[in-house]
Structure formats: C-alpha cells, structure tokens
Ligand binder design. Structure first.
Ligand code: ME8
Length: 654
C-alpha cells in the first residue's frame, strides 16, 4: 500500500432488476453510494465501488415472453439500450469501478461452484417445497409470514406452490445471526435490527428453499438438471464473485473482501442481514462489515415503483434542473435511513433555497465584488478583524462535524454542516458591508481581507460539496482559480492570511432561481410529451415454418385503382388493384375503420396473391393485403404496408 493511501474501501449498491427502466427511487441509493465512494476517494482511500444488474428469475422470463424476445435480449436492452441502466448511471455521474451482470459467464460458473460447495458441506439438501410464492417479488413465504394472506413485502396475492427443491439450512445459523444483529454494528440503522429479530428470527427461522424447477431462466444446478438456483443466492454472491470469488476473471478478493458496507433498500434488509451472513457462515467466509438499510423515496405516500405507475423520470428532471441539483436534492432533503416523500415542489424549493440563494448567491456576490473592487485580483496584504477568526473557527468545527456525519452515512446532516458555513459567510457579508468599505481608500486593506475570507469559505465548502455535486464544485474552483492541489481533502483547512492571493472571474449563475409555477407547468407538459405509448406487439409464433413452404407465398406490389366501402358492412373495403397482369384484381379487406377509401387510391401496397379466392358479403376476394397490427395504450392499431411508388405493379417481393 502506498504511504498516502488510507486503506481500502469496498462499497456496493444492490444489483438492480432490469425488468423495467429504472426510476428516481433506484437512483437514490446509487447516488448515495456514489457520494460515499467519492468522499472516501477524496480522503485518500483506495475505493472499489460495485454496482450491477440482477438478471435472472421468473419475472424476467415472463416479461421477455410477453415482449416476444429471449430473456437475454430483454435484459440486454434494459441494461445497455437507450436510457437503460448504463445510460442512467452515466447521466447521474455515477463513478462505479465495476459493473456486474449476473448473466456474466464468470458469475454463473462461480454460483454453480458455490451451490455445490454448500451441498457438499451438508448445508444444502434436497426436499419438497410446500408453501406460498409471490411471483412479482420472487419470494417464497410460509403461511405464518403472510400478512392478511398476502405477500408481506408487496401486499399482492400469493400462490400455492409445491415442488421438489433444494433447501439451505438457514435454521442452523439462527442463533449466530441473531447474535450478529443484536451484539454488533453489522446492521444499521438500529431500528432495522429489532424488525429483523422480532419479525423473522424470533418466530423461528425456517430452512430456505434455494432451487426452482418451474422455470429455466436462472443458473442451472449443474449436478441436478431441471433445477435452477434461487435468484437471491445468485444475486447476493455478486458482491464476492465481482472480486474474483470462485473465478479467475478478477483478483481483488484478498484486498477488498470483506465489504466495508452494503447499501440496500429497507425491503431487502432481510436478505442481506439474515440470509447473506448465514450463507457466508456456511462457507466459513468473513462477513461484510456493515449493511445499511436506507428508506424509500415515496411519491404521494407510496413507494415509487414502475408497477404502481408513480415513477419520476430522472432524465426529465436532470434535463430541466441539472444532474447536480438532483443529486443534491436527494441527499439533502431526506435523512438516508428514513422514508421521504418526493414532490416537484420540494425539489424546486430546495434548489431555490439552498442552491440558488445560499450557495449560488454567495459565489456570485463574492466574485462580482472581487471584480468590482479589485478587478478580480486579490493581492497579498490586508487587515484582519476578530470576526474573521469566528469564520475560521466555524470552518474547523464544520469540517470535523461533516466528517463525523459522513462516516455515519448521515448525508443530510453532513450537508447541514456545510450550509451552516455558507449561511455564516452570507451573514459575514452583511456584517462587514464590503460596499461601505469600498468607499474609502483607508478601508481597502480591510475590504481585501473580507474578500479573501469569503473566497476561502467558498473554497473549503466546495471541497466538502465535491462528493455530492462534483461538477458544481469544479465550476466553483474554476471561478476562483483554485489550483489543483488546493481542491483536495488535505487542503481543506481554512487559511485566509495576508499571504493568500486570489484571481477570480465572473461566470454565469450556478443555479438560476426557478419560477416554481412556471416550472411545474413546464414539467407537466414535458412529462406528457415524454410518455412513451405503451405499445403491445403480438406474441411471436412458436412454430417454425419451413423455408420451402414460406417461399410458396407469392407477394406482389399492387396499385390501388379504386377503393369503395362495401354496402351493409362497416368493416369491409373493396379494392380494385393493378397487379401488373393487365387484368384487375379484386381484394376485400376488413380495414374500413382504419382508412377512408379515397385516401388509398393511387397507393402501392403489398398483397399475397396465391391464396384461394374467398367470398365475403357475396363478393370474391382474390388475395390478401398486408398490414401491421399492434396495440397502443390498449387501442388496436392497423397500418397497411405501403411501399415506394417507384416499384411497378406486379413486382415480385421476396
Ligand atoms: O431488490 N426508494 O432490485 P430492485 C428507494 N435485485 N429505493 C428504492 C425505490 C424507492 N422508491 N425503489 C427501488 C432488488 N429502490 C434486487 C437486489 S442485491 C443482491 C439484489 C431500491 O431493482 C430498492 O430498495 O428491485 C433496492 O435496494 C434497489 O432499489 C434495487 O431494487
């Protein structure tokens, strides 16, 4: 380890289900983890920040089927596609060091070895599973765990389930896990300990069903075909396989394991604080140092989630207000361990109060006064007053308190400290009245010192804000021309003595004040415009058609010579078509509710011409016109396939 390095720090987010695009609730935990990772890097730690995606399970298999694609195609699209998981983390400026996908080959192979190890040591055994299964949560429950007969996590209906399955001897580890929870700082906040012990351990910890036979999209149990590993076993071990546990892809296990902290949402604390340590105990592996269960970001009092339809789009918000404002808001407004209610009004209120008024104004007033009174250049010299020492003492106090809060993951309290200093600096301007000092030559030295103190206050605050708003802090440093070595943790000690010099420039406001009413209306419009229609496509045919049979279909370009409604039918249109043979072809098509006949005359369409003729409403139809069918927001849509008019009638399409 290098001399400057303070040691290693391994921090993780939960790995996300790519079952739908992520929302601001997901971004909440990742922004917090990123802030912590940046803070530790700033302090000189060698940080490994892991995130990723949890891609197996029945839910994904079902969704892929619905979408008519393979499960792998389905997850690839949500992870790597436009506005997918990787795009979102780029947008939110997430500085992860490693990204794991549970479909990565090295992880799959490692999970098979891990499962076999626990089977070989007797902690995994074969039995029959009888119980209740919640499909959306992919969780098995015993009767006693249900709440009003429903899933205790999501409140939805559960199904009876019975299958041959493997079990993990969770019960064997109940006492050790209880001891870990009650007598160490393993799980925080402390309130979550009582919940785990009283709701799950004390009622009796039953062995956990850890394999499935009812679906195939999972890690196969290699010694018993037909079984796939329970998705939570597969998911939890990501924290170690991503370091090289049971694989050769990485070699960081020795250095980074055990994890310093796993950040997880409160509903998955059970998996991380009971099942995860029990499995590690089974394999005789070191336990992570801490699991921190954060609260939920609610929307109108309910957990934000795609299935409830109350998600808030991070793209839209960051486009409008900036990524840093959004990052800041998430951690400034809601204490990390508790739930918070997201509203657009609250977001804009925070931006106006903290970012536009307190921080933004302080910076712009300071650089504007430097410009006005000193042409931006604060030279050596000056004259101190007792009030300067007050500012300096507060900066030291704030620095110490900030560090203490950050180390306890109390992000909003740490930001409170920074804003204590910024508020004080704003007050210092009112108290020292630079505009009066500027009036006479003899008060110029005092004015010089006042401005230096303000610059120093801003510089120190910008260091403390770096983990939260990296781009904003850099912008501030640039306005103040802070050299690279004074943008560091080591340089966060307040120093505004006579030797200090500054060269500042005036820039655009960091956070322009928002007109809340106007912004709310604009957001409403944008979210309407951004709402993608819910397109449903027909399921793909499961049966293959052989190539020769397919080639027998005769597809031709046809031109519409005439088109009429069929009397007494509100569905049928009668087409007279030029098919290139010199004899008109008549086709009837049930599309009258989608097109006016006159709009189709002259168009070039596609017809299958070698179907046997059919009679409809007493008229003969010789072939079929091709069209695209799909459902948008529940409404059936149809579009005739229209092709380039340059294609002559009768041209064979193949
Ligand atoms: O749970 N507010 O994945 P996930 C705060 N794959 N946090 C929220 C939230 C909200 N509104 N909505 C979601 C899984 N989250 C598993 C994890 S780890 C080995 C496997 C948080 O995509 C949620 O609490 O459903 C969880 O911590 C994380 O997003 C991922 O949720």
């Amino acid at each position: 380890m290098c001399e400057k390095c303070k040691g290693k720090y391994y921090i993780t987010t939960p790995i996300y289900y790519p079952s739908a695009n992520l929302h601001i609730g997901h971004a909440y935990c990742t922004v917090a983890t990123d802030t912590m990772a940046r803070y530790k890097r700033l302090q000189g730690y060698d940080v490994l920040f892991l995130t990723g995606t949890d891609e197996h399970g029945q839910k994904i298999e079902d969704k892929a089927k619905e979408a008519g694609v393979t499960p792998q195609q389905f997850v690839d699209n949500i992870v790597e596609g436009e506005k997918g998981v990787l795009d979102l983390w780029k947008l939110m400026n997430i500085s992860y060091d490693r990204f794991i996908r549970t479909t990565d080959d090295y992880h799959v192979a490692a999970i098979q070895k891990i499962f076999k190890k626990m089977y070989d040591n007797g902690d995994i055994y074969k039995g029959t599973y009888k119980g209740k299964y919640c499909k959306p949560c992919e969780s098995f429950w015993t009767e006693s765990q249900l709440v009003d007969g429903k899933c205790p996590d999501c409140g939805r209906e559960v199904q009876d389930a019975e299958e041959e399955a493997y079990f993990f001897r969770l019960s064997k580890y109940a006492d050790r896990v209880q001891d870990l929870l009650e007598n160490t700082d393993f799980l925080e906040p402390r309130s979550r300990v009582n919940e785990m012990v009283n709701n799950f351990i004390k009622p009796g910890l039953e062995d956990l069903c850890v394999s499935r036979t009812s679906f195939t999209w999972g890690v196969p149990v290699d010694f018993d075909p037909g079984h796939v590993v329970y998705v939570w076993i597969d998911a939890l071990f990501n924290y170690m396989t991503a370091l090289g546990f049971e694989n050769d892809k990485y070699d960081n296990l020795e250095k980074f394991w055990p994890a310093d902290v796993h950040f997880v949402g409160k509903e998955i604390v059970r998996f991380h604080s009971i099942i995860w340590p029990a499995m590690l105990m089974s394999l005789d592996l070191p336990l992570p140092k801490k699991v921190y269960g954060h609260g939920w970001l609610n929307f109108n009092g309910e957990k934000m989630s795609k299935s409830r339809g109350n998600v808030v789009d991070p793209y839209l918000l960051s486009e409008r207000f900036g990524v840093d404002a959004l990052r800041f808001f998430l951690l400034r407004t809601f204490p990390f361990g508790s739930d918070g209610n997201f509203t657009n009004e609250l977001l804009m209120g925070t931006i106006n109060t903290d970012l536009a008024n307190t921080l933004g104004n302080l910076v712009s007033r300071t650089v504007a006064m430097n410009q006005k009174y000193f042409a931006g250049s604060l030279t050596e010299g000056g004259e101190s007053a007792p009030i300067d020492a007050e500012l300096k003492a507060l900066a030291a106090e704030v620095f110490a308190a900030y560090e203490q809060k950050m180390d306890k993951f109390q992000f909003s309290a740490a930001l409170n400290e920074v804003f204590r200093l910024l508020d004080r600096a704003n007050k210092y301007i009112d108290e020292t009245t630079p505009w009066i000092l500027a009036k006479t030559e003899e008060s110029k030295p005092r004015l010089l010192t006042v401005m230096k103190n303000l610059c120093e206050c801003i510089r120190v605050s910008a260091i403390l804000l770096l983990p939260f708003m990296p781009e904003t802090s850099e912008k501030i440093f640039d306005l103040l021309n802070v050299p690279a070595n004074a943008r560091t943790w080591e340089a966060s000690c307040y120093c505004a003595d006579e030797a200090a010099v500054w060269n500042t420039v005036v820039g655009a406001p960091l956070f322009p004040r928002l007109d809340v009413e106007k912004e709310l209306a604009a957001l409403e419009e944008l979210s309407k415009a951004n709402q993608k229609p819910a397109v449903e496509i027909e399921p793909y045919a499961e049966e293959n058609v052989d190539f020769d049979t397919f080639c027998k279909s005769d597809f031709r370009a046809v031109k519409v010579k005439d088109c009429q409604n069929v009397k007494k039918s509100n569905k049928l249109l009668q087409f007279t078509l030029d098919d290139g043979t010199g004899t008109d072809r008549q086709i009837l098509s049930g599309i009258a509710m989608y097109y006016k006949p006159e709009d189709l005359i002259g168009k070039t369409l596609v017809a299958i011409t070698n179907l046997p003729p059919r009679k409809m409403m007493g008229r003969e139809s010789c072939g079929m016109l091709l069209s695209a069918v799909h459902t948008v927001n529940g409404e059936e849509k149809l579009n005739l396939i229209m092709i380039d008019d340059a294609i002559p009638a009768g041209a064979k399409l193949c």
